[in-house]
Design a protein around this ligand. Structure first.
Ligand code: AMP
Length: 280
């Protein structure tokens, strides 16, 4: 596997691949890779001749400097994992390489980027669109792989792809979970053993809520009350939304795809954990 740090070298390498008629898959990541990322990489390796995995801790999508500061950085182990998954290229540029000048572009795709994470992390999705649009322009992938773990992110990126008229396929990949049900996340390493056990309740309660025969409001209240009753967990928001536009729904019949998106604070630091459940 080639580890590339410069945009020019990346473009030249991909130009050679394309001249041989090879297809290219892109998996954008922020590093601290785990089985969740590996599932995206393996899927791309299976579906494309060349897989590029970007490892870039993108500062413009962090609204909280402390979150960026404590984010785990494990480049060497990341490259070992990517090589084992069969990726051909790890692209790990510096911040200066990606942002030689501050990025002043503004992306706006309401309501996908204004609700939930968009509301609680102002500027987050603008930063995501800035980096993902840059990566798309460096790599020009045939397919790009994103985890449903970040459900809202996929909805925003789909809107951006449509808006910019890009010719690529966005491939959503299912959430990979720990045995306990906790969604795998780079931030899980910041949890103590006991906090991890507590955090597993998030998925358990969401799953339980799928089996209720009740109004949208009643299901909402069930999830929030149950999770808040667990010491060490505090719900920041739980929205039951149209699975495409992310607009709130009040009745199950309002949309053909319905998803519940949640963010929960866990532990003393506390660590923000996100998850979601599909109702239909
Ligand atoms: P990140 O490094 O957190 O930006 O994640 C890079 C990509 O991996 C994103 O598309 C995430 O949605 C995806 N990802 C992260 N964790 C998981 C997981 N547990 N299951 C599936 N995909 C994931």
């Amino acid at each position: 596997m080639k580890v590339i740090h410069s945009i020019i070298e990346l473009k030249e390498t991909l130009c050679t691949c394309r001249s041989k008629g090879q297809t290219v898959g892109l998996v954008p990541t922020m590093g601290a890779l785990h089985d969740g990322h590996a599932s995206l990489v393996k899927r791309s390796v299976a579906e494309n001749d060349v897989t590029v995995v970007s490892i870039f801790l993108n500062p413009t999508q962090f609204n909280d400097p402390k979150d960026l500061e404590r984010y785990p950085r494990t480049l060497e182990a990341d490259c070992d994992l990517l090589a084992a998954c069969g990726a051909q290229i790890a692209f790990a540029p510096s911040v200066k390489e990606v942002y030689p000048e501050p990025d002043t572009r503004v992306f706006s795709y309401p309501p996908t980027d204004t609700v939930m994470e968009g509301a609680f992390r102002p500027g987050h999705f603008n930063g995501v669109c800035q980096i993902v649009s840059k990566l798309f322009s460096y790599v020009e992938p045939d397919k790009a792989y994103f985890g449903e773990k970040d459900y809202q992110q996929i909805c925003v990126i789909r809107r951006m792809v449509e808006d910019l008229g890009l010719q690529l396929e966005i491939v959503p990949c299912p959430v990979v979970r720990e045995e306990s049900g906790l969604a795998r996340s780079s931030r899980n390493t910041l949890l103590s053993e006991q906090e991890r056990t507590i955090a597993a309740n998030i998925h358990r309660v969401l799953n339980e809520s799928r089996h209720l025969v009740a109004s949208v409001q009643a299901v909402h209240d069930f999830v929030v009350t149950k999770i808040n009753a667990i010491p060490g967990l505090e719900v920041q928001y739980f929205n039951i939304v149209d699975g495409i536009t992310l607009a709130d729904i009040n009745d199950w019949k309002e949309a053909s795809s319905v998803v519940g998106c949640i963010t929960v604070f866990c532990g003393n630091v506390p660590i923000r954990l996100i998850d979601h459940i599909r109702y239909k």
